[in-house]
Design a protein around this ligand. Structure first.
Ligand code: SF4
Length: 472
């Protein structure tokens, strides 16, 4: 059964976009260099990899810095007001830069463009922008780029369809670790969240396309894949047939890629079957990002989250029983409209009760068009700031305690970069998702190294190597 709400991009349409890429490449006077500025989540980071992939196919190379590029594209996020303001501020700043570099082309894409009223703003206040397009139009970027090069005015394309495109070129940021989108959009309509309005309804990629992509990455020697979706736990539900997320994960686990991670999960859709696969898999890492948002049942109800505190804690217990020592992380919003001191206290007590390895904390940010933005009882910013500071203090205490469980333990680190603090150290992520620093050099980047954890400093673990390498 196919999903009637999905608009699969046909092979003919993709062939047409490939022709545009070749046509741009052949232009003698096209921009030579590009710079992609990314805001927001991993989904956006991966979209930026796709944009960079298409730009390279069109013959452009990456500029060393933004202000020197011939073409600058801002891939925006509108989940929080400050991300949006930051993006618009930087777009405006580039208008000044262009006075010194008049041939520079400026583009804006991503979630922000899909917001109601943004098209009018771009065509009014931001007329100097050469190209703007929404999340559903990403696959059409080569054609839009071509049109931009031949247009006097802003080229703008915003599409409400739930498009699903395959085989777009990708220029991956890291060689050892790769994002794979398994689905797009969201059906949940949490009352504070704008994502369903700007990213459309849930649509899952076909399992065979995902497995083929993962196989190709495995053949290329990738050490880790990160499966992406707004709610990966509901993968496959929109298609009605084919594997669900647990089954997809099981099949990927059999492929032999050393590490598999995923995000984001919704507690209401976290099934026993998925927990069982987590517990029996070899390569799915023992870590889970499970956004709780609040510890208060009343606030969860008004957030339209479809679970309560008891159900959330039940899922945490089940995960810990299946995967002992699992690293749990979460997202929390403080100062949701009407949140009382007592309800905020429920969040603090939940944080203490669960014992997270890390918590991403946010002050509620009203988003126009969402139900919560119209709710009574918007919280005074001073109160919100005081609450988030208190939450961070509580989490810091819990985190320090949680991290001590690793002291003396053996771990494996996928090395990501050189340490900023020492010329003779590198850092990366352990299997449980925590940052670990160890002795080493540039040759270790991209490798998985066995270590023993020896210390804890500022929420980072330090370790000694067990492979005999490094420069102590
Ligand atoms: S699950 Fe809720 S918070 Fe997450 S993207 Fe969907 S609507 Fe937003």
């Amino acid at each position: 059964m196919s999903n009637p709400n999905v608009w699969p991009v046909s092979q003919e349409e993709m062939a047409e976009q490939r022709r545009y890429m070749a046509d741009v490449r052949a232009l003698a006077d096209r921009p030579q260099t590009y710079f992609v500025v990314t805001y927001g989540c991993q989904m956006n980071a991966h979209d930026s990899e796709t944009i960079a992939g298409m730009l390279r196919e069109m013959g452009l190379t990456e500029a060393v810095e933004r202000d020197a590029a011939d073409f600058v594209i801002f891939n925006t996020c509108c989940v929080r007001d400050n991300a949006e303001r930051r993006a618009l501020g930087n777009v405006t700043w580039l208008k000044e830069v262009r006075k010194r570099k008049p041939d520079m082309k400026i583009a804006v894409c991503g979630c922000m463009i899909q917001e109601p009223g943004m098209a009018e703003r771009i065509l009014g206040q931001y007329r100097f922008v050469n190209l703007a397009f929404g999340t559903a139009n990403l696959y059409r970027f080569p054609e839009l780029f071509w049109r931009m090069l031949h247009a006097e005015d802003t080229v703008l394309e915003i599409d409400a369809r739930n498009t699903l495109a395959e085989n777009l070129p990708v220029c991956r940021l890291r060689a050892e670790s790769a994002y794979i989108n398994i689905m797009y959009g969201c059906n949940n309509f949490c009352s504070f969240c704008i994502v369903p309005y700007v990213r459309g309804r849930e649509r899952s990629r076909r399992a065979e396309d995902i497995l083929r992509e993962a196989e190709k990455l495995a053949r290329g020697g990738v050490q880790e894949i990160m499966l992406l979706g707004q709610n990966v736990n509901s993968y496959g539900r929109d298609a009605g047939d084919g594997p669900d997320f647990a089954e997809l994960l099981r099949q990927l686990d059999g492929m032999g890629i050393p590490r598999i991670r995923f995000m984001t999960s919704h507690p209401k859709d976290l099934s026993d079957r998925l927990i069982e696969v987590m517990g029996t898999s070899r390569h799915v890492l023992p870590q889970f990002h499970l956004p709780v948002q609040s510890g208060s049942d009343e606030i969860l109800r008004r957030m339209n989250r479809h679970y309560d505190r008891a159900r959330y804690l039940d899922r945490v217990r089940a995960l810990r029983a299946a995967v002992p020592g699992i690293g749990l992380t979460t997202d929390i919003i403080v100062a949701f409209p009407g949140e009382t001191e007592e309800q905020f206290g429920d969040t603090l007590s939940l944080v203490r009760e669960v014992g997270y390895d890390s918590v991403f904390t946010f002050i509620y940010s009203p988003r126009v068009g969402t139900p919560a933005a119209k709710m009574p009882g918007q919280i005074d910013p001073a109160v919100a700031t005081e609450r988030i500071e208190r939450l961070i203090r509580v989490q810091d205490e819990c985190q320090q305690q949680r991290m001590r469980r690793f002291l003396g333990a053996e771990e494996e680190v996928l090395v990501e970069n050189l340490s900023r603090r020492s010329a003779e150290a590198v850092s990366g992520k352990g299997r449980h998702g925590l940052s670990i620093t160890l002795p080493g050099g540039a040759a270790d980047i991209g490798r998985i190294i066995p270590v023993r954890v020896t210390g804890l400093k500022n929420n980072t673990l330090t370790a000694e190597r067990l492979d005999g390498g490094g420069r102590e």
